[in-house]
Design a protein around this ligand. Structure first.
Ligand code: FE2
Length: 396
């Protein structure tokens, strides 16, 4: 049930159009036509892996009959400032009519920078943090090939500067349109299906916990968590299950819309893990998720009961049931169970807590994040002691 108790004012962004369904990626020419882009030169920004698998060609080939098409397919996971800068140079080398981002969250995020910087002067480093661009970006179409990050729906571009996660954030970066084609996700291996799907679940559950949640984001969050609870394990077990792939690419998009409420402690902790262990974003988010719900269980008992009822399809389920469900799901999908498992040492924990507080503060979290409690959080994660975490924060 959507709650209307909050008087929050929320600003929610989304793409202006989505194309959703099997084979939608072959219809991008029509989509571009909706925005008066009918000729000229197009820049495709893609993951190296997506290019290697031939997925980029599924987008490029139908367009090549009508446009001049250039491809920048050098994007890798956790893109660096150097990659972003070389992409910006490429985006300015020709007069492009539009940009298309094809790939996982990294490629889509980088395509946002290409669209914005092609139309503007300045360096990437001048726009780190919340920013504005003087000129409107080029028309941008986002084509996700993983089902999780929701980057196709968001205003943020993440990159790694000096080995730390940094963001460029502007409402102008939201793609004009998104193409949600499940056929592009069929070849995703189980480990990436799991990690990206759990990232989308983290977006839904963290946004649902955010103090900036509003009826729009709650609607998206409940839809997202319900779909993922029903379909993620099926997509993981059988990647050729198209119904599951359709469900997950939809849930990743609605999970992206949830990000209008912001995320909470879990994503901050995830950054501190990925900065050291260099595990994919979805893996670190998945590891942090059950502990984050436990951290907030007292402040949000009623709301977490609502979420538990949705995912477990039991009207009387409670927050603790949700925590244990999330913990079991993360384990069943093969995620690392403890910080030790990804090579973090006990002596790293205090520096991680400090980094979490100072570099990734999270005022959206409903329970105040103070160092003492955060150390307990990290210690429980280090040991993989979810029950202990539930007990430690039961009355906080
Ligand atoms: Fe995320």
């Amino acid at each position: 049930m959507i709650s209307f108790e909050s008087a929050n004012v929320g600003a929610c962004l989304s793409p202006r159009q989505i194309f959703i369904g099997d084979g939608a990626a072959e219809q991008i020419k029509e989509m571009l036509g909706n925005w008066q882009v009918n000729e000229g030169r197009i820049l495709i920004v893609a993951d190296k892996e997506v290019a290697r698998l031939g997925l980029m060609d599924k987008v490029r080939e139908p367009l090549a009959a009508h446009f001049d098409v250039d491809c920048f397919d050098e994007i890798v996971g956790e893109p660096t400032l150097a990659i972003a800068e070389s992409l910006v140079d490429a985006s300015r080398a020709q007069a492009y009519a539009a940009v298309i981002g094809v790939g996982g969250g990294s490629a889509v995020d980088m395509s946002k920078l290409a669209a914005a910087f092609a139309a503007n002067k300045g360096d990437v480093t001048e726009h780190v943090g919340m920013t504005q661009f003087k000129n409107a970006p080029l028309p941008l179409i986002a084509v996700p090939t993983t089902a999780g990050t929701g980057a196709e729906a968001t205003a943020v571009s993440m990159l790694s500067i000096d080995e730390k996660k940094s963001i460029v954030l502007s409402p102008q970066l939201v793609p004009l349109a998104a193409v949600l084609d499940p056929l592009l996700t069929v070849s995703l291996p189980p480990n990436i299906t799991a990690a990206t799907g759990l990232d989308a679940l983290s977006h839904a559950l963290e946004a649902f916990m955010s103090i900036k949640a509003n009826p729009f984001t709650d609607t998206q969050a409940i839809a997202t968590m319900t779909v993922i609870a029903r379909w993620l394990k099926r997509a993981y077990a059988d990647g050729s299950n198209l119904e599951a792939r359709r469900a997950m690419i939809y849930a990743a998009y609605t999970g992206g819309l949830c990000l209008n409420a912001g995320v909470v402690l879990g994503h901050s902790v995830a950054y501190t893990i990925s900065n050291r262990a260099h595990v994919p974003h979805g893996v670190s988010c998945a590891m942090a998720l059950p502990y984050t719900i436990a951290f907030n269980q007292t402040a949000l008992a009623a709301r977490l009961g609502v979420a538990a009822g949705q995912v477990l399809e039991q009207a009387d389920a409670e927050g603790e049931d949700l925590i244990l469900w999330a913990g079991d799901l993360v384990n069943e999908l093969g995620m690392p169970g403890t910080l030790q498992d990804v090579g973090i040492r006990e002596s790293d924990l205090e520096a991680m807590a400090d980094e979490c507080l100072n570099k990734y503060p999270r005022p959206t979290n409903p329970t105040p994040i103070v160092k003492e409690r955060l150390m307990v959080f990290y210690e429980k994660m280090y040991e993989g002691d979810l029950r202990g975490c539930i007990n430690a924060f039961r009355s906080v």
